[in-house]
Design a protein around this ligand. Structure first.
Ligand code: UDP
Length: 352
């Protein structure tokens, strides 16, 4: 991660979210100027409160925030006019949220990105678009490479609306680059985890840790043999910063993720071990919930999801530093004793 300030002014959409707040922290730490826009729909003011305290006060303040939607183009235009680079993280995310609120998902992701690109073009800002491994859909190739075909399910299943909306975002971003010369980079984030992530919208690690800390059963969906790779948010941020700093990355797409694969059943066991290590005890067991009980009938989960990160590594020398054990230990600590427990207690499973 570059430690020197670039002297740039960044606009972070979705800056009060899980990844956004860690990104703001890293940019401010190295001396850059940061403005965020966030409507606090899934982001939380608590995530950035410490940054307001440390960097957001006085005439020399390097941190500013607008609590607003990215679809407010008047505000977005004003903010972009003062910035060099826009890092566009604002989106509807989380499988549970997407399945429950498909209209909100499609409108936020497609129209929001359209607004961001429009204002970025006006002021010639560089744009980094946060996309997602969901765009690979249910293709069964392991690992996924950036130029692989995508395989989506039918439009009657809400889950695929998220993948399709982010695909449109990618198409539109690349179109601005090709047709209008806008400098853009697309990052496809795979499962990213760490402190400040909430389990409210479905993410499995904060859900399992929350359940274990409350002494409730850990709800493994399906048979638990499906697998994922979990990247520490700090490693995700170092990927963002290294790509931002890599001129040859313009017009390209990069996977950002861990390659350490684990089944969800095994993950549940490791969460119990991590919680036990932190508290000395745990009374939780692991239960299996059929998908149709956890979500709506016909819900399709992905069996395996692993990235090929060779393109990112070769381009920038990036390497993930944190393994799953360290991630779980840190996330348990943050939820057990940290401020996050006070501001947003992990949610119990609403579906069961
Ligand atoms: N999952 C689970 N129990 C939960 C939440 C999620 O078993 O309480 C499973 C989910 O079905 C999926 C995996 O954990 O197979 C990762 O889910 P998450 O929503 O975190 O990410 P994604 O599905 O987008 O990879």
């Amino acid at each position: 991660m570059p430690s020197q300030s670039t002297g740039k002014h960044y606009l972070i959409t979705g800056g009060a979210g899980f990844i956004g707040s860690h990104l703001c922290e890293a940019l401010l730490e190295r001396g850059d100027q940061v403005t965020i826009i966030d409507n606090l729909s899934t982001g939380r003011f608590e995530n950035i409160e410490h940054l307001v305290e440390q960097h957001g006060k006085g005439p020399q303040s390097r941190f500013r925030f607008a609590i607003d939607t990215i679809r407010n183009e008047t505000v977005l235009d004003r903010l972009a006019s003062q910035c060099d680079t826009v890092i566009h993280l604002a989106a509807a995310v989380g499988v549970r949220l997407i399945v429950e609120q498909p209209v909100h998902t499609i409108e936020t992701n497609i129209m929001g990105t359209e607004s961001v690109l429009k204002v970025a073009q006006r002021y010639r800002c560089k744009v980094l678009l946060a996309s997602t491994s969901e765009v690979y859909g249910k293709g069964n190739k392991v690992p996924f490479r950036e130029d692989d075909d995508v395989v989506l399910g039918p439009t009657t299943r809400s889950r695929w609306a998220y993948a399709a909306s982010k695909m449109v975002d990618e198409f539109l971003t690349l179109a601005y680059h090709r047709q209008k010369g806008l400098p853009v980079v697309i990052l496809r984030f795979f499962n990213t985890v760490g402190p400040r992530q909430t389990g409210r919208y479905g993410m499995v690690i904060p859900r399992f840790i929350g359940q274990a800390l409350e002494g409730k059963p850990l709800t493994v969906y399906g048979d638990g043999t499906q697998s994922r790779c979990f990247l520490h948010v700090k490693d995700a941020i170092s990927a963002v910063l290294s790509l931002e700093d890599y001129p040859k990355g313009v017009g390209r797409i990069y996977n950002v993720g861990s390659t350490e694969e684990i089944s969800i059943e095994q993950l549940a066991r490791q969460v119990l071990v991590a919680v036990k290590a932190a508290r000395g005890t745990t009374s939780s067991e692991i239960v299996h919930i059929p998908y149709e009980k956890a979500f709506q009938a016909g819900f399709e989960d992905l069996r395996r999801r692993k990235p090929d990160v060779g393109k990112l590594e070769q381009a920038t020398g990036w390497k993930a530093k944190y393994g799953l054990e360290a991630i779980l230990a840190e996330t348990v600590r943050s939820l057990y004793t940290g401020p996050d427990q006070r501001s947003d207690p992990p949610q119990a499973d609403e579906a069961t």
